[in-house]
Design a protein around this ligand. Structure first.
Ligand code: RP5
Length: 168
């Protein structure tokens, strides 16, 4: 089977620290990913060209990370029909609300999905979920991760119950 990769495009290298957790998540899930910088406004041709060649390069999902007016996701989606996930980055005066709202209010016909502000991990997980549709082994790894997550909740509850019991 042809395993697809995730392409992470950032509007600026200043976004790197907030985007990096996505790389970690994808590494843990054994999903190959590539990160690059392209600005929707300062390098529009580069952004378009990256989006146009992505499918042929084996990309299955694009994550577009940008702060301020989040036009990068739209710039990607305008040039590919691959699924595009916006990762709004919280910066500046409006702290990410600007980025979030501009990402979710795409004009009809050119959809992108969006995670929450600075939601790098969720962006990576959503990308992996999408790729798992045609990758049963990845689906198994995602299931295992969910089970581990649930087990942590049960342990947390046990700690709370123990603390409460000690107080009574
Ligand atoms: C930076 O501007 C941001 O964090 C963001 O990624 C970037 C957006 O760049 P443009 O695509 O608007 O040029 O400060």
């Amino acid at each position: 089977m042809d395993t697809k990769s995730v392409l992470i495009v950032m509007g600026s290298d200043s976004d790197f620290k907030k985007v990096e957790p996505a790389v970690r998540v994808l590494e843990e899930l054994e999903v190959s990913c590539r990160m690059t910088v392209a600005s929707a406004h300062r390098s529009p041709e580069r952004a378009a060209s990256i989006a146009k060649s992505a499918r042929a390069e084996g990309v299955g999902v694009v994550i577009a990370a940008a702060g301020g007016a989040h036009h990068l996701g739209g710039a990607m989606a305008a040039n590919t029909t691959l699924p595009v996930i916006a990762l709004p980055i919280g910066i500046g005066t409006l702290g990410g609300l600007d980025s979030l709202l501009s990402a979710v209010q795409m004009p009809g016909g050119v959809p992108i999905a969006s995670v929450g502000v600075d939601g790098a991990k969720n962006a990576a997980l959503l990308a992996a979920n999408i790729l798992s549709v045609s990758d049963p082994a990845l689906a198994d790894r995602l299931d295992a991760q969910r089970q581990a997550q649930s087990a942590k909740v049960v342990k947390a509850d046990a700690r709370v119950q123990e603390a409460l019991a000690q107080k009574s």
